[in-house]
Each structure stands twice: as C-alpha cells, then as structure tokens.
Design a binder for this molecule. Structure first.
Ligand code: TRP
Length: 73
C-alpha cells in the first residue's frame, strides 16, 4: 500500500483533552498511538500501513471525504 496517496481526514477538538486513538492494521486490533487535542486544535491525518482505524473520545468534529460528523457530548 502506498499510504502517502491516501485521503486525509481532519479532527477538530471542541473541548480540551479530546483523544485521537490510532488502531493497528492487521491481525491484532490494538491502540498504538494516542494524541491529545485541546479546544480548537486540529489534526490532519491519513490511514497508513500502521493505522487502519481511529477512535475519537470527546467532543470533536471529524471531516472526511464522506462528509462531516460530530461526536456526541
Ligand atoms: N505513525 C502513525 C502511522 O503512520 C501515525 C498516524 C497516522 C496516526 N495516522 C494516524 C496516529 C491516525 C493516530 C491517528 O500510522
């Protein structure tokens, strides 16, 4: 896989301490990275060879090519 060609997605934190958790690709699905965002901070990321899923904890707006979704309070 050439991950550099993958789509980007954006996470914008709407409160302090939003967690962006990267989950591993492959046989085991486990957390491998946790990023903390404070209110107003954004993270621009891609899915990669190491990251197949992302879990978001806290109030945030997530923008992908599929549209924009918000986590619940
Ligand atoms: N080193 C990770 C990777 O290349 C970094 C990363 C990419 C990441 N996308 C992410 C971490 C999404 C958390 C969430 O896979």
């Amino acid at each position: 896989m050439d991950a550099s060609q993958n789509e980007y997605f954006i996470i914008k934190a709407k409160e302090n301490g939003v967690q962006v958790i990267g989950l591993t690709r492959g046989q085991d699905t486990r957390f491998h990275h946790t990023e903390k965002l404070d209110k107003g901070e954004i993270m621009i990321a891609q899915f990669t060879d190491h990251t197949s899923a992302v879990k978001i904890r806290g109030k945030a707006v997530v923008m992908t090519k599929f549209g924009t979704v918000e986590t619940q309070e």
